[in-house]
Ligand binder design. Structure first.
Ligand SMILES: Cc1ncc(C[n+]2csc(CCOP(=O)(O)OP(=O)(O)O)c2C)c(N)n1
Ligand SMILES: [Mg+2]
Length: 537
């Protein structure tokens, strides 16, 4: 049967289990999506169209692919605005599918902005559909890229959505995605080193979450009795109430990074940036780098042993190897957990104290502590913003399940928290979903707050209103509270510490009936949080 490209793409997305597509108008595929019964989530700008789909892929660990559309082609206004969202997805390695109009044949080189080269800088793969009958081929390739290997965005440009092809000529079958298992010799070498080390440390990255390997990480850590740190993006890959959990950042993490003689990195690129740790004295440590591909091996640090493969298969193979060698006993050493507890207690004491503070303006840690009390940490979602809320929450928030918290931002673009909270509500409608932001983050969100009302997305925005833009200067806010209330949100302004918990409860309660809430907590500026260990230190 002859169909047009837009219809073909829509049908293939349905075959791939895509339940909705976020958009900002207009992309020439959108009408077909509507005709084929794929619901659209209309955001208020193109960056958010990308960000919501991106966050959905992250929160579901790529088990469901977030898809977005936006305007492109010769009038690529949408694409230019969406670029920020794609750059962020690319930085953080998120498997999001972006569909846009392509520059039609005969119109290339006609303007200043070179679409194809721009898109290549922010994608794992950029596909240009130059012939309608290639629709199944390019979609197959897109979903192969999205579901296999190192995650990253895929961008498809469709220059002629109304061109037709024969749907039966190359019938589409969904792409399952493939994994690779590590070389057994590399696993043996890694186990040799691990069992010989005096002070090994596990450094877990987001690859653990994408591989669905949180349980396998826990099993290996317990078998070898090794403390665990996670990256910001992997926060929640290891249960943060576990006796072997050290932290994401702060003095206790620095202590273990300094002390370790072996780092078993799994699912992390080990690329120290602004929001991750360097490895101190790396040349004197043994680094075992388990990663899905070779891109990050021997990148910033000399890799002693690489184990290349899927994180889950790698963790299982390591566990089996260690278990075989030790007759199931694992690594028998002193009381590792007691030392972890002491290091955590010492490093976290100053934060635990302010989590109970009665001072006014409210200490932001008091809000975080109370938020942890109010939420069911096994059935809720919290995310931070760029600024102090990220630094502080990633220091103290206890994440008990993978994606109970989304840490983000190799480069952190203000406003992403709202997109993440929306995506979490789409992924887990029954879970409370909370975005914690400062006033700069809120400024980015304002237009998109309307989406929550229209779509009946019961999300709570917690505003740590501290009159400052982190270290960037004074913060401007004023009567924003009334404005958001006038939109239709449940709003409150809280100045007293004793009112934090009741206000949060009221917000989460209205959320259950699909009404969004915005709570402004009048806080002091308290720029205190755990540090990253620098590369040179
Ligand atoms: C798009 C974008 N532009 C600029 C920045 C740099 N930046 C990071 S945090 C910040 C200010 C944050 O202020 P606020 O939202 O009030 O948070 P606070 O730290 O006060 O809690 C700025 C400007 C950014 N992260 N993203
Ligand atoms: Mg602020």
């Amino acid at each position: 049967m002859t169909i047009d490209v837009a219809t073909g793409i829509s049908r293939i997305l349905k075959q791939e289990g895509v339940g909705w597509v976020s958009t900002f108008p207009v992309c020439r595929v959108n009408n077909a999506l509507g005709r084929e019964g794929v619901p659209m989530l209309m955001m208020r700008d193109d960056r958010y169209a990308v960000a919501v789909a991106d966050a959905f892929s992250r929160i579901t660990a790529g088990s469901k692919i977030g898809v977005c559309t936006f305007q492109g082609g010769v009038n690529a206004a949408g694409m230019q605005y969406a670029y920020a969202g794609m750059a962020q997805a690319y930085e953080d390695g998120s498997p999001v599918l972006c569909i846009t109009d392509g520059v039609p044949a005969g119109s290339s080189g006609n303007s200043q902005y070179d679409v194809a080269s721009a898109m290549k800088t922010v994608s794992k793969w950029f596909g240009y559909l130059d012939k309608p009958e290639r629709t199944p081929e390019l979609m197959r390739r897109a979903f192969t890229m999205l579901r296999s290997g190192r995650p990253g965005p895929v961008i498809l440009a469709i220059p002629n959505a109304t061109a037709t092809y024969d749907e039966t000529a190359d019938p589409y079958r969904p792409v399952k995605g493939w994994k690779s298992a590590p070389d057994p010799a590399d696993v043996r070498a890694a186990a040799d080193q691990l069992l010989a080390a005096r002070n090994p440390l596990i450094y877990a990255g987001e690859g653990v979450i994408y591989a669905g390997a949180a349980e396998d990480l826990k099993a290996l850590a317990e078998l070898v009795n090794v403390p665990v740190i996670t990256t910001l993006k992997a926060k929640g890959a290891f249960p943060e109430d576990h006796p072997l959990f050290v932290g994401v950042r702060g003095d206790q993490v620095a202590h273990y990074l300094n002390k370790s003689d072996l780092i078993l990195a799994i699912g992390s690129s080990l690329s120290p940036g602004r929001f991750s740790h360097g490895i101190p004295d790396a040349a004197t440590k043994t680094i075992i780098h388990c990663n899905v591909d070779e891109l990050h091996i021997n990148k910033m640090y000399p890799t002693a042993h690489a184990v290349i493969g899927d994180a889950r298969l790698t963790l299982q193979a390591l566990r089996q190897e260690v278990s075989d060698r030790t007759s199931g006993a694992g690594r028998v050493v002193g009381d590792v957990a007691a030392e972890v507890r002491a290091a955590r207690d010492e490093a976290l004491a100053r934060y635990r104290q302010v989590m109970n503070s009665d001072e006014t303006p409210i200490n932001p840690y008091r809000v975080y502590g109370d938020l942890m009390q109010v939420l069911d940490l096994r059935n809720s979602f919290v995310t931070h913003e760029s600024g102090n809320t990220r630094d502080q929450l990633s220091t103290v928030f206890d994440t008990l399940i993978p994606r109970g918290f989304l840490g983000w931002g190799n480069v952190s673009t203000l406003g992403f928290s709202l997109a993440a909270a929306i995506a979490a509500k789409k992924a887990f409608p029954g879970r409370a979903s909370v975005a914690v932001t400062g006033e700069a983050g809120l400024g980015y969100m304002l237009g998109n707050l309307e989406v929550l009302l229209r779509e009946k997305l019961g999300i709570t925005v917690v505003h740590i209103s501290n009159g400052g833009f982190a270290g960037y200067g004074p913060g401007f806010w004023g009567p924003g509270h009334e404005v958001i209330g006038a939109l239709g949100f449940h709003t409150e302004r809280v100045t007293e510490p004793a009112e934090i918990i009741p206000a949060l409860r009221r917000a989460l309660d209205v959320n259950t009936s699909g009404r969004p809430a915005y709570i402004e907590f009048i806080c002091c500026q308290y720029p205190v949080y755990g540090q990253w260990v620098g590369r040179g230190e």
